[in-house]
Design a protein around this ligand. Structure first.
Ligand code: GLP
Length: 239
């Protein structure tokens, strides 16, 4: 696991963008794994800038998002579909059919999970997966206790996760109780992983990631078993 320490959120976002551009530039048809939450918003702003100034086209890029809330319409501003459109897809030249998110409104959620796995298999593999980290160590929405062998599945969100994400909703009662998430094994099959963390509130989680033991009680800890993980974190986290 390589750690790149940066000074603040802005530098984290720029460094991540630079890193991605370099990676994507070497691949003819890149497959990106994308994350949501506040952490990657700055990276997405940088990617839009890179697109606007001609450094990057998304015409040949395929994307797979980590997760989606169950029961939220795509038009709901809190759905991750809406988030991705607002923060990235509406501003770049990616063809719609190359964008993939789990469908949290699917009638048959088990079938949707299998279908999502198959879509990833069809493209081969994710070249680089962007990750944030939850306060409790979750990656995607894989909450503590999730099997390291899990594939894309439906998960009941921890109350602490619902509380952490309530900032985006009118009230905690509006935060969905369940989500579809790529499984831990699915994430681990990505060729490369780029984990971003910023701010003092993430310091404890980051510290446990860097120094703690590998355990299903702290899902991000599995990343120590991946061959190529880069963590970009600001000083508040690394110290
Ligand atoms: C959310 C998402 C994760 C994200 C994490 C951290 O619940 N499902 O993919 O990494 O929580 O979010 P934030 O970046 O807002 O701290």
């Amino acid at each position: 696991m390589e750690i790149i320490q940066v000074k603040d959120y802005e530098e984290m976002s720029k460094t991540a963008c630079f890193y991605l551009l370099k990676k994507v530039g070497n691949i003819e048809q890149p497959v990106l794994g994308l994350a949501t939450g506040s952490t990657p918003e700055g990276l997405y702003r940088q990617l839009i800038e890179a697109y606007k100034n001609g450094s990057l086209s998304f015409k040949n890029v395929k994307t797979f998002n980590l997760d989606e809330y169950i029961h939220l319409d795509q038009t709901n501003p809190n759905s991750y579909y809406y988030y991705m459109k607002k923060h990235l897809f509406d501003w770049i030249d990616i063809p719609k059919e190359q964008i993939h998110l789990p469908n949290g409104k699917a009638q048959d959620l088990e079938a949707e999970c299998l279908d999502y796995e198959n879509k990833i298999k069809q493209v081969g593999k994710i070249d680089i997966q962007i990750l944030g980290i939850g306060l409790n160590g979750h990656i995607g929405f894989n909450e503590p206790g999730t099997a390291f062998t899990s594939r894309t599945h439906v998960i009941a969100l921890d109350e602490s996760t619902r509380e952490a994400n309530a900032k985006f909703f009118p009230s905690i009662d509006d935060v969905p109780t369940h989500a579809i998430t790529m499984g831990i094994e699915t994430i681990m099959e990505s060729e490369e992983i780029l984990l971003l963390a910023s701010g003092e509130q993430k310091a404890a989680a980051l510290n446990r990631l860097l120094n703690g033991e590998i355990s299903e009680e702290f899902p991000a800890s599995i990343l120590h078993r991946h061959k190529k993980v880069t963590v970009i974190a600001d000083a508040a986290d690394v110290n």
